[in-house]
Every structure is written in structure tokens, then in C-alpha cells.
Write a protein that binds this ligand. Structure first.
Ligand code: AMP
Length: 428
């Protein structure tokens, strides 16, 4: 053992499982690309106040879970606990909101929350995040949901559920908040929860304890309090989703952990993941830009948890081997240092032609190198030794049926590319 381990709660991926992580990210990236969302890369750490004002002073994320520290210049810095506040800051700082609207962007990478680690819950985890900024049109709500839905479908995830709610707006939510507070004050709750009723009563609806849940059955729900504009928006989103054949369920108790949400809010839930079943979620944040000192910029977006998507793929595809996207098609066995240059040249030519090619390193001898060739999953092994070099040949062995062919060295790349499907991009 070495003297160090990763800090507690950090999620990491190594091959072959790393291929699943890459597949999950690629499915979302491809779906976003097809819907014309542009790539954005934002700061990993921000001024702490951005999250305090953006995500909300009373949210668990801000009060309990942020990785906050003072840098050497005495500034309070926080590792991003989510993408939206920083992404909006970035969009405003670069003036994208002054161009055509909506601004449609996506990003991905690690986020950090000091949570109690368990399966599917980490302190450093990975999200794919997509946002459409600058329009109130409910069609964009449906578009963002469809982009996520299609990415999950491309990964073969069939069992997920879309839970949908509306949290109202500045006009109707205060009325609902008051009604909810009145109801909650009449319940038998501990003092911490009582404090929460005054600060952030909607969060009480999210309490997971059975004794609290039992008392919440008669609580008023936001959807009964929506103003006409919010109700129309909500109906329109649901109709559009139905028109796209995306099944949704109303979840009037759905509230999310971040305070900036209003109107459309949703979660994707996977039933095979146990307690941490949320594999993505999002919603509108029409007031967030103004909350952080920007112009009005009604917006919507979602973040999906790539770690939980990997778990969901594994749960749904139980027994199906990991994709071979990273295994070799051709494996080179150079015997002797003279052959090394020739082999490296050959595998590089194959790679440029879009073939996945690997070779043995470290002068292992024929037996060890052939073992590596078998393990690599390749269809063909290529051998170059002193005999082959002096004859200007390479020996190609079909690893599936054992057939061997001696092929002129300068024709080897063409011989192999004719027989193998090029799966990668070719380099010209
Ligand atoms: P949120 O940013 O809280 O809206 O979460 C969006 C998604 O990120 C969730 O649906 C989860 O899939 C994922 N997620 C949130 N917190 C964690 C965590 N601690 N570990 C792993 N995934 C997480």
C-alpha cells in the first residue's frame, strides 16, 4: 500500500469502468450538440458570496455543504457546489446576454459538496449541466427536458421517471408560502424544523423522516395556488411534453435543494438506485440574474449526476459487458529494438486511419507480448522480428482463427484497414 488514499467521498473512474463514465458524458454532449447548445467552460472556484446570494442563504448546500476557504490574498473562495450560479455569472461577465437570446450552453465537470458519503452520494462528484438563458417561453422548458430525456434514452435507460412541478413566481409563491407556514406551525415538529418553517418552509416538504412525512399528507400544495400566468405556463409545458411523447408525472411536493428555482421544476428519478435515486434535475430560475446584480434574464436549466447515471447503466444493463470502445483492434508485437520504430510507425498509420491500435512496450519477449495481444481484445496481432525485417515483411495473425499471413511491410496498414471497420475519426 502507498501512504495516501483519495480524500473521503471522492468519486473516481479507472478503466474499464471509465468507459461507462465517458459514454454517459458523451450521450449528453451529443444530445446537447444536436439541439445547438454551445460549450462553456467556467471557473471551478468562485467568490463565496456568489453562492450565498445565488443558491440561497437558507439552503443546506450553503449552510452545511460548501468547501469554503480563504486564499492567500485573504479572499473567501468556494469550490463550486453546483453550476448554475457560476454559469450565469460567466454568461453575464462575457456579455452573452447582449447577443441573440436565448443563450444556449452546456458544461460539465466536478462539483463539490461536503455531504455524508454513501453509494451514489459523494463529496466530489460529476455533473453535466445545460442552461437556456433569456426567454420565458415554456417551449424552452420542454426543449431542455427533451435533450436530457433523449440522452438517457441513448444510454438505454428505460426505467427513469420524470417528476414535474411548478413552484410559482414572485406573485403567487408568497401567498402559498404563508398558507404552508400556517399549516406547518400546527404540527408536532422539533425545534430545528420549526426554525425552517420560518426561513424556508418549502424545504420542510422535502423532509425524509417518516414521522414528519406522516404529518405532511394534508399540507397545501403549490399547484393549487398558482396565479393564472404560472398555471398557463405549467399547462403549456405539460402539453408540449405530451406532444413529444415524454411521459411525466405531477409531483406537487417536489421542491429542490437550491433556493433559486421558480415555475417549472423537475427531477429524473431511477427506481433501481435506492435512496439516492435522483439522476438529474432542473428548473427555471427567472430571478437569479437580478439576485446577483444582473439584468432580468429569465432562464431554465438542468444538471444530471454522471456518477448516478453510471450506476443506473450498470443496474439496467446487468451482465452486459462494458463497451469495447477503448479496446484495441490491432496489437503490435515488436521483437528487438530494431523492430520498435517500424511497429510504432505502423500503429500510428493505423490510428490515423481510424483503427484502434496498441502495441507491446518494454521488450517483453514473444510469449509475454502475445499474452498481452490476447488480453487486448484485438482481432489481429502484427509481429515484426529480425526475420521479418530482413525480408521486408510483417506477420499478421488473425487472433480469432489463428490464420497467419506474411504481408509486405509497406502494404500492412492497407491490408488491415481493408479488413477492419474504422470506428474513430480519421486524421488527414
Ligand atoms: P442538484 O445540483 O442538487 O440539483 O443535483 C443534480 C443531480 O446531481 C442530482 O440529480 C444527482 O444526480 C446529482 N447529485 C447531487 N448531489 C450529489 C452527490 N453528493 N453525489 C453524487 N451525485 C449527486
Amino acid at each position: 500500500m502507498v501512504d495516501f488514499q483519495a480524500p473521503k467521498g471522492v468519486s473516481e473512474y479507472v478503466p474499464p469502468r471509465g468507459a461507462l463514465f465517458a459514454e454517459a458524458l458523451e450521450a449528453f454532449t451529443a444530445s446537447a450538440r444536436r439541439a445547438c447548445y454551445g460549450r462553456l467552460e467556467q471557473a471551478v472556484f468562485e467568490d463565496t458570496q456568489l453562492f450565498v446570494r445565488g443558491v440561497g442563504e437558507s439552503s443546506d448546500v450553503v449552510t452545511k455543504e460548501m468547501y469554503t476557504f480563504e486564499d492567500r490574498g485573504g479572499r473567501s473562495i468556494t469550490l463550486r457546489p453546483e453550476f448554475t450560479a457560476g454559469l450565469l455569472r460567466c454568461v453575464l461577465e462575457h456579455g452573452l446576454n447582449n447577443g441573440p437570446l436565448p443563450v444556449k450552453v452546456w458544461t460539465a465537470g466536478p462539483v463539490f459538496r461536503y455531504e455524508r458519503p454513501q453509494s451514489g452520494r459523494y463529496r466530489q462528484f460529476y455533473q453535466f449541466d445545460l442552461e437556456a438563458l433569456g426567454t420565458e417561453d415554456p417551449a424552452i422548458d420542454a426543449e431542455t427536458i427533451a435533450v436530457a430525456w433523449d440522452a438517457y434514452a441513448a444510454l438505454g435507460l428505460r426505467r427513469l421517471r420524470l417528476l414535474l412541478n411548478s413552484l410559482g413566481d414572485r406573485e403567487c409563491r408568497p401567498v402559498y408560502r404563508k398558507a404552508l407556514q400556517e399549516y406547518l406551525r400546527g404540527l408536532d415538529l422539533d425545534s430545528e424544523t420549526r426554525q425552517r418553517i420560518e426561513l424556508n418552509p418549502l424545504r420542510v416538504l422535502d423532509d425524509k423522516r417518516p414521522e414528519v412525512r406522516a404529518q405532511l399528507t394534508g399540507a397545501p400544495v403549490m399547484t393549487d395556488y398558482l396565479c393564472a400566468a404560472c398555471a398557463a405556463h405549467h399547462d403549456r409545458v405539460r402539453d408540449l411534453l405530451s406532444g413529444l411523447s415524454i411521459p411525466w408525472s405531477d409531483e406537487p411536493r417536489l421542491v429542490r435543494g437550491l433556493d433559486y428555482y421558480n415555475r417549472t421544476t423537475y427531477e429524473f428519478d431511477h427506481p433501481l438506485l435506492g435512496a439516492q435515486s435522483g439522476i438529474g434535475g432542473g428548473g427555471r430560475y427567472d430571478g437569479l440574474s437580478e439576485d446577483i446584480g444582473g439584468p432580468p434574464l429569465p432562464s431554465i436549466g438542468f444538471a444530471v449526476g454522471l456518477d448516478r447515471i453510471v450506476l443506473a447503466i450498470e443496474a439496467e444493463r446487468a451482465g452486459v459487458p462494458v463497451s469495447h470502445a477503448y479496446s484495441a483492434q490491432v496489437f503490435g508485437v515488436p521483437l528487438g529494438s530494431g523492430a520498435q520504430q517500424d511497429m510504432l510507425t505502423l500503429v500510428t498509420a493505423l490510428r490515423r486511419a481510424g483503427i484502434r491500435a496498441d502495441m507491446a512496450f518494454g521488450h517483453r519477449g514473444l510469449k509475454g507480448a502475445m499474452k498481452a495481444a490476447d488480453r487486448s481484445g484485438a482481432s489481429y496481432a502484427v509481429l515484426i522480428g529480425d526475420h521479418e525485417r530482413s525480408a521486408g515483411l510483417v506477420r499478421i495473425r488473425n487472433l480469432e482463427n489463428g490464420e497467419q499471413h506474411d504481408v509486405p511491410a509497406d502494404a500492412a496498414a492497407a491490408w488491415l484497414t481493408e479488413r477492419l471497420p474504422a470506428e474513430g475519426d480519421t486524421v488527414r
